[in-house]
Design a protein around this ligand. Sequence first.
Ligand code: GDP
Length: 584
Amino acid sequence: AFEAPCIRCTGASRTAVPQLILTLKEEVDRRRNLAIISHPDAGKTTLTEKLLLYGGAIQSAGAVKAKGEQRRATSDFMAIEQERGISISTSVLTYEYSGKHVSILDTPGHQDFSEDTYRTLAAADNAVMLIDAAKGLEPQTRKLFEVARLRRLPLFTFVNKLDRPARTPYDICGEIEAEFGITCCPVVWPIGSGDRFRGVLDRRSKKVMLFERGERGKEAVITNMMSVDDPALLDALGDVELYERLLEDVELLDELMEPLDMAKVFKGEQTPIFFGSAMTNFGVQHFLDSFMELGAPPLARALDVSGATAEGRASGADFQSGAIADDAEVVDPRSDEFSGFVFKLQANLDPKHRDRMAYVRVCSGTFHKGLKVKHARLKGTEITLSSATAMLGNERKPFDDEMIAFPGDIIGLNNPSGTLSIGDTLYTGGKRISFAKIPSFSPEVFARCLCPSPSKAKSFNKGLDQLIAEGAVQLLRERGEEAGGGVPILAAVGPLQLEVVQSRMQTEYDVDVKFEPISYTSARWALAGWDAVDEAVEANKLLNIRKLSDVYGRPVLLFPSEWRLNSVVGELSDKLGLRPHALA
Ligand code: GDP
């Protein structure tokens, strides 16, 4: 048993558990870690906020964005996010709920930030896909689902906005199954929609929960909870048509839908699906309670066996999903030795201090202030983690001597000299280990990045270095200029990434940068190296294709069109070792 309490937000929590001293295994088992993915406007901010509200981590839901009044939930904190109403950076929110330690990882909804989403999903053990009941699957739902599938996380589905005119639940389940090839298992089933949305049926207990619309921002009141077989239900519903449809649905669902099978959920073959309305609180608490029960605790993590750390990166191993192959070597979260990996870097959270933070997901053992760990990429060099930040509720607090972090928790480490990069593994114990790497995505937008004011060159370089390290965009240069000099070329998955760079350079480094777009549409790494590229150039095979170099000096080819890309890939893919992704 541990002497010290774990990090928990007892102060703010309505359902605070007494500071019991639990074993590592118990602490792991009570952790629930969830990333939310959705198309913008499906209600992610609202749901996140409601989940926090139920957890007592915030006191009121007044921060919900209203039209015209651009107030955002606590999870969106960067200026540009507020201006544009989009979520860029991932924030971590934690709280205690019914004896469990919950972490919610907010992810950017916009496709331009898919990479950030992927990194966050690397730190998550579960994901929930949020869908607008009127719109069904939207472009970003599709993209983000693909990203989540790469990680093969247990995926829950919450169909939102049932208080508005909605498509039928059958229709939505059918669409998910047809498009994503994953079966839906409704854990709850909605009763009506729009003005007639009255509540949900919990299919496992056969209990009907009827809601009363709460005041805006307040918890919904369950006015009634009764068995679906209770004849009094008709009166309680006061709607013959809804009542009859519900009884019909109950039978039909048992016939049509697969029973809930968590083994299938963990394999990514089934999604437990919930219906509700985040704004009016219908079904949110039920979702949270079910997730506490069904969600996966911190899972074993796959190690990278492709030739570990720095060497592996330079040679650019192929894109890997986070999925655990059957024969993969894994780290058990309940093992005593500490391990964790960096999934995100962020600078200047507090504009008054030039802080640089590396977010680490703890994977095994325990973390406390002053822990001596080894840095896998630096060949096991020991570093002492003397200053760390804990995520408590929606705040960050420095670790004191009492606090302990457990597997599943996210901690922030000070990273002033940039020793920690995305994907780095930290560990204790004699055996050098490295977790599976985090890939970068294939860029599709390219621009020369200019610093019009020569007197600002130093800040320009400093800012750019930091943003590149954070993975905000990728940096390419002309061959031979890898060490600096020349005009850097920024490569992004989407144009908003460039806007973020521009805005952050302005606000955080006081530099106005200018972009000159260059019109190429896609990129491929040529991992066979420069000799192979030169050979192809001599044979006149790379006309109209721009040859640049990434930060590791590896050749990157930019293609002016999809057509040109396909013709080169068709002919030279093996010879050049062409890859859409390279490990950062
Ligand atoms: P995000 O872009 O996914 O974070 O979405 P928001 O949480 O900001 O929600 C987008 C809009 O939908 C806001 O105006 C919300 O008030 C509204 N909204 C969110 N959830 C619901 C809901 O359950 N019902 C209704 N009618 N509106 C909702």
